[in-house]
Write a protein that binds this ligand. Structure first.
Ligand code: CXF
Ligand code: ZN
Length: 368
């Protein structure tokens, strides 16, 4: 079938809107009419080839839409189902069997390979040349996408419009999952979150939903600090106003129980170590600007204080569990993620990227 898609053809260049040919779903696949797709920082990192998915390719990995057709053997979904598309995983390796698909042994190939696990591509361009598909098991910067049965989560009946739900499949799951699954502190705890983008703010909302007593957001943009307060931050820090650890200890002299970094900036992550209370835990979810990015940790203080530091993919989450949980929290007024969203037509993807860089929007969602 003919579809419209935003194609990444050259490193760091604008996406081009093209008509492509998409194959019919194969066995185990689902054809989804995409209603909208969130724009995630990882899409930009791949467009810039820091993570080298072969080009040309259709990116997009926060799709939401309606099942149009199912391939042979698909039993859990039917045409008409409303769905959110998550990341791809094999479903049978040790991590997948342990409900930790973010650490699937085939994660990199299935999500960044730009093809099916067997190497085939489902898209061709107007000249008949192949175009990469199945990025994150979906390639959803498009009007239609093919996904596998296991990376599609049914959301029929959600109170939010379907167009708002796509970012639950990555960015929001990453921030919320890091708080719910990784850091998992009891009610009354304290947390510092660095970065007030969609991932960090999802962490703020998750901490508020779990009744943390002190939620400190560190963010240089005033409007984002303000939104952070609206979403549950009890305190905000402007990193330009002075040393972050000093500002944190003015709020919490004994240090903070948990720290979540969504910036991926090595110096920011290191500064969080100095914010932690005894037995404090730090997790980072932000993708750094370079594959070689490194942090340095102070060994003796970390031993003496019993500190933990952990890198996290996709919020240590099982999408089939966390996506419905976020929808239920939202319906109960406890995870108001729609406040972060600004929609753009898919054809205006390059404007949406510019706006996100300039801080003019928090979460851009592209309506197909
Ligand atoms: C990515 C981040 C980099 C590691 C793989 C998963 N998450 C999606 O944006
Ligand atoms: Zn993402």
């Amino acid at each position: 079938m003919k579809i419209t898609a935003a194609v990444a053809r050259e490193t760091s260049a604008p996406f081009s809107i093209e008509t492509l040919e998409l194959e019919a779903p194969r066995a185990g696949e689902v054809l989804v009419r995409i209603v909208a797709t969130g724009l995630c920082h990882t899409d930009i990192v791949v467009r810039d080839q820091v993570l080298p998915t072969p080009m040309p390719v259709v990116l997009g990995h926060e799709g939401a839409g309606v099942v149009e057709a199912v391939g042979e053997g698909v039993t859990s979904l039917a045409p008409g189902d409303e769905v959110v598309l998550g990341f791809a995983f094999c479903g049978h390796c040790p991590s997948c069997s342990d409900h930790q698909p973010g650490y699937c042994t085939e994660f990199m190939g299935r999500n960044f390979g730009g093809c099916r696990p067997d190497g085939s591509k489902a898209l061709t361009d107007a000249a008949g040349a192949p175009v990469g598909s199945h990025y994150f098991g979906q390639s959803s910067f498009a009007t239609y996408a093919l996904a596998a049965e296991n990376n599609v989560v049914k959301v029929t009946g959600a109170a939010q419009p379907l167009a708002n739900l796509g970012p639950l499949g990555c960015g929001m799951m990453t921030g919320a999952g890091a708080v719910f699954n990784t850091l998992a502190a009891p009610a009354g705890s304290s947390i510092i979150v660095t970065g007030g983008g969609p991932v960090g703010l999802s962490g703020v909302m998750a901490a508020a939903a779990r009744d943390y007593a002190t939620i400190v957001l560190v963010e240089p943009v005033a409007a984002r600090r303000e939104l952070g307060r609206e979403l549950g931050a009890t305190h905000v820090i402007d990193p330009a106003a002075g040393d972050v650890a000093e500002q944190l200890r003015a709020i919490l002299p004994g240090g903070v129980d948990r720290a979540l970094d969504s910036t991926g900036i090595p110096g920011v992550i290191q500064s969080l170590v100095g914010c932690l209370a005894l037995r404090g835990q730090l997790a980072w979810v932000g993708v750094p600007a370079s594959l070689e990015a490194t942090i340095t940790l102070p060994m003796i203080p970390m031993m003496a204080q019993g500190l933990s530091v952990k890198g996290v993919t996709e919020g240590d989450a099982d999408p089939a569990v966390l996506i419905p949980e976020m929808i239920a929290l939202n319906a109960a007024g406890k995870f108001p993620f729609e406040k972060m969203i600004r929609t753009y037509p898919l054809a205006e993807i390059n404007t949406a990227i510019d706006d996100q860089h300039k801080g003019l929007c928090v979460k851009a969602v592209l309506v197909a």
